[in-house]
Design a protein. Structure first.
Length: 203
């Protein structure tokens, strides 16, 4: 009988140790590129007076959470433990796009989706990928893929649509390497978007 009580005591001690074991705090990452403002140059050129509103980004459920996602096999999608984004990728990218358009300075104004003001154009988008792709050869990339839809806000007609993708090599196969590569990839996509919107006759 004493052996039984001793075994129970040892088991309780082990479980207590598991419960009291400290869990490391989450490492939090964000999307925060450094922009080179082109406002001064645009002020010397002809500025388009149109107002554009940036709509919320649509995406699969996995991209609406704060997990930092990675894929190391076909059809597999996992997340890094103890690491997360400061907000969902769909919201971080939405802010990034808005800031990029504002800093470009070619449009009359850029408004968020919550704005009560009227806008001439609506920029809608669907995010298809925002994750860390790990390859069998030991290399990896941060991949961002998103399609934009430029809509006439009066007629509700799609003026133009374009998909952009960027793949940036990651320096390490962990959350920090993923965050760094995805920051650069997101910046590339935003720059491609600005160039696309700047095409004469786009609107």
């Amino acid at each position: 009988m004493s052996n039984r009580f001793y075994s129970i005591f040892v088991l309780c001690c082990v479980l207590a140790g598991c419960v009291t074991k400290e869990i490391p705090p989450d490492a939090i990452y964000t999307i925060s590129p450094e922009w080179e403002s082109s406002r001064n140059q645009v002020e010397r050129e002809e500025k388009n007076p149109l107002v554009i509103k940036v709509a919320p980004i649509h995406a699969i459920r996995a991209l609406t959470g704060t997990e930092i996602l990675y894929s190391d096999a076909r059809y597999a999608l996992n997340s890094y433990v103890y690491s997360r984004w400061s907000d969902a990728p769909v919201r971080l990218l939405q802010i990034l796009i808005q800031v990029a358009l504002e800093e470009n300075g070619r449009l009359g104004a850029v408004t968020p989706p919550t704005s009560a003001s009227k806008a001439d154009l609506l920029l809608e988008s669907t995010l298809f990928d925002f994750s860390h792709h790990i390859k069998e050869n030991g290399t990896s990339d941060g991949v961002v893929r998103i399609r934009f839809y430029l809509v006439d806000n009066v007629t509700k007609i799609v003026i133009a649509t374009k998909e952009f993708a960027s793949r940036v090599p990651a320096s390490s196969q962990d959350a920090q390497g993923a965050a760094t590569a995805l920051n650069k990839a997101a910046t590339n996509v935003a720059r491609k978007l600005i160039s696309w919107l700047a095409v004469p006759g786009r609107f």
